[in-house]
Design a protein around this ligand. Structure first.
Ligand SMILES: Nc1ncnc2c1ncn2[C@@H]1O[C@H](COP(=O)(O)OP(=O)(O)O[C@H]2O[C@H](CO)[C@@H](O)[C@H](O)[C@H]2O)[C@@H](O)[C@H]1O
Length: 479
C-alpha cells in the first residue's frame, strides 16, 4: 500500500511529546512490512537548525481566496522512510512548535489548516498518489475533509484514517479567522455557537476510519466521561472506531545496549541497574542510598498527568522512607508547587524543570519505580519504557496504562506493576504505599517482578500489523 503519514512532529526531527515517538517508529515498522510509506511534516526551526535541506521541487502554492501562499518542499530520509518537509518560514520558523513557551501562537488554526493543504499539495508535487492518508491528531485532521472535496481527482481513490493520540487537544478556532477555510461552506455549517470550528471533530466526521492509540482508550472515547466532550460525534462513528496499542522501540529502549547509561544490564542480571541508580542520585543531588526506593516521574507538566491529586499528598508521601525525582517542563503553576516541596524536603524530593533524552534514559534506568498517575492516558509510552528498564510502574488504571501494566493484587504471578482506580489522592497514596511495602518486605519477589517486566514486549511490528489490517478495512474490496 501507498501510505501518506501526515503529522506535526517526528522523533529526532522535531518533538514536544509522545506523538513524535509514534511518528518515527510506526512508519519504519510499516516500511518493514513492505509498504511505501512517506511522512509529511512542517519544516520547523528545530529541524531546519539541525538539517540544512535542499528543495526537491519547484515552489508550490496553496490558495486562500485570491491570496497565494508559496512554499518549498525539502526531503530527508529516516531509516529509509522518505520525509517531506513543508517549508513556509512565516508559519514554522519559530522557537516553539505550538507556542512561545507561555501562550499558544495566535495563528495556530491558520498554520495547521495551511499545513494540511500543503501536505496534500506535496503529494501531488512528488506524484505520490496514496491509497491511505494517515492523519494524526487535530493538527492534520482536516486532511480527511480536504481529500473528500478535492477537485483535482488526484485523491479520488484515497481513503483516510485519523489516529487520536490525545483527544483533549482538539484545535477549536474561530472559523472566520482562518483564510484557507473561508471558501468551504460545508465546514462553515459545522461551526459551534461561538463561531468556532473544531479541527479534531472534522477528522472524526470525515475520516473513513478512526483509531485511538490503545484499545481501552478507544472504549473510553465512546463514553460520556472519556470522550473529551465529543461523545455524540464519536458515538455516531462507533462502528468505525477501534484501538491499536502503540509499541515500544526496543532498539532505543534497551538497558543492555543503552549508550546514555553509566552501566548496562539485562533481565538476567540487574547489577548494572544499581550503578545507574547511584549515578542518578549523584547527578540530581539525592543522598546515595541503595535500600531507599527511588520513585521517578517524567512527563510534560500538565493536568493530564495526575498532578491535581498528586501534589496535595506529596508531603504525606515524603514521610515514608523514599526518594522522589520529578523531571519535566510545562505548566508553571505545577512547577512552582514542585519547586516549593523540593525546597522543603531536599533529601527526599528533587524537581528538575528540564527535559533531555539523556536524562530520560538515566531516570528510566536509575529509578526503582516509575509513577504515572494520569487522569487520562491515551496510551502512554513512558510506562512501556520503564517496564523495559525493570523500573516498576505505579499507574492509574486508565487508557493504555490499563492495557500495559498488570497489577500485583489482580495477577500475582504475572504482575509487572501497581495500579489504582479512582482519580483521587487517597487511592494514589494507598497504591504507592502498597508498592513501597512490597519493595521493603519482599525484595526477592520485587526483583522477580522487575525481570518479568523487562521481558514483557509491546512491539511496533505487532502495532504495524494491526494498522495494516485497518488500512485494508478502509479500502474498497477490490484493492
Ligand atoms: N517536557 C518534555 N519535552 C519533550 N519531550 C518530553 C517531555 N516530557 C516527556 N517527553 C517525552 O515525550 C514522550 C512522552 O510520551 P507519552 O506517551 O508518555 O506522553 P504524551 O502525553 O506526550 O503523548 C500522547 O501521545 C502518545 C503517543 O500516541 C500517547 O502514548 C500518550 O498517551 C498521549 O498523551 C516520551 O518520549 C518522553 O520522554
Amino acid at each position: 500500500m501507498k501510505i501518506l503519514f501526515v503529522v506535526s512532529e517526528v522523533e529526532d526531527l522535531a518533538k514536544t511529546g509522545g506523538l513524535a515517538d509514534v511518528a518515527k517508529s510506526l512508519p519504519i515498522a510499516l516500511r518493514s512490512l513492505g509498504h511505501d510509506v512517506r511522512i509529511v511534516k512542517p519544516y520547523y526551526k528545530q529541524l531546519a537548525d539541525k538539517f540544512k535541506l535542499e528543495n526537491v521541487s519547484d515552489e508550490q502554492q496553496v490558495h486562500a481566496g485570491d491570496k497565494e501562499y508559496r512554499f518549498n518542499i525539502k526531503r530527508l530520509e529516516l531509516e529509509s522512510v522518505p520525509v517531506y518537509c513543508v517549508d513556509y518560514p512565516d508559519y514554522f520558523h519559530r522557537a516553539g512548535l505550538y507556542s512561545d513557551g507561555y501562550q499558544p501562537f495566535g495563528d495556530n488554526a491558520e498554520r495547521f489548516a495551511f499545513f494540511s493543504l500543503a501536505a496534500l499539495q506535496t503529494a501531488r508535487a512528488v506524484d505520490f498518489q496514496p491509497d491511505i492518508i494517515h492523519c494524526n491528531d487535530w493538527h492534520t485532521s482536516l486532511c480527511s475533509y480536504f481529500i473528500k472535496r478535492d477537485q483535482s481527482g488526484f485523491f479520488a481513490r484515497t481513503k483516510s484514517l485519523l489516529t487520536i493520540h490525545n483527544g483533549a487537544y482538539q484545535g477549536s478556532y474561530r472559523f472566520a479567522d482562518i483564510p484557507f477555510l473561508r471558501p468551504h461552506s460545508e465546514l462553515a455549517a459545522q461551526i459551534d455557537s461561538h463561531g468556532n470550528l473544531n479541527f479534531l471533530k472534522m477528522g472524526i466526521v470525515y475520516a473513513d476510519k478512526i483509531n485511538a492509540v490503545s484499545p481501552n482508550y478507544a472504549r473510553e472515547l465512546l463514553t460520556p466521561l472519556g470522550s473529551h466532550n465529543l461523545y455524540h460525534e464519536l458515538q455516531s462513528r462507533a462502528n468505525d472506531v477501534t484501538g491499536i496499542l502503540n509499541g515500544c522501540d526496543y532498539q532505543q529502549w534497551d538497558p543492555a545496549s543503552d549508550t546514555w547509561l553509566p552501566a548496562n544490564y539485562n533481565s538476567e542480571s540487574l547489577k548494572g541497574k544499581k550503578v545507574c541508580k547511584k549515578a542518578l542520585q549523584e547527578e540530581v543531588g539525592l543522598p546515595v542510598k541503595d535500600g531507599v526506593p527511588l520513585i521517578g516521574m517524567l512527563c510534560r507538566l500538565t493536568e493530564q498527568k495526575g498532578f491535581g491529586y498528586l501534589l496535595p499528598i506529596l508531603g504525606q508521601l515524603l514521610q515514608h522512607n523514599v526518594q522522589v525525582l520529578v523531571i519535566g517542563t510545562g505548566d508553571p503553576v505545577i512547577s512552582d508547587v514542585l519547586q516549593f516541596n523540593a525546597a522543603q524536603h531536599p533529601d527526599k524530593l528533587v524537581f528538575r524543570d528540564d527535559f533531555s533524552t539523556r536524562i530520560a534514559h538515566m531516570l528510566e534506568a536509575g529509578c526503582d519505580f516509575f509513577l504515572m498517575p494520569s487522569l487520562f492516558e491515551p496510551c502512554g509510552l513512558n510506562q512501556m519504557y520503564s517496564l523495559a528498564f525493570g523500573t516498576i510502574p505505579i499507574v492509574r488504571a486508565v487508557g493504555g496504562l490499563r492495557d500495559t501494566v498488570l497489577d500485583l493484587q489482580m495477577l500475582p504471578e504475572q504482575a509487572t506493576g501497581f495500579m489504582f482506580e479512582a482519580p483521587d489522592s487517597s487511592a494514589l497514596l494507598n497504591c504507592v504505599r502498597r508498592a513501597l511495602l512490597f519493595y521493603h518486605e519482599y525484595p526477592d519477589e520485587f526483583v522477580q517482578m522487575q525481570k518479568r517486566a523487562m521481558r514483557h514486549r509491546f512491539t511496533w511490528y505487532d502495532a504495524a500489523l494491526n494498522y495494516q489490517a485497518l488500512y485494508q478495512n478502509c479500502l474498497p474490496m477490490d484493492n
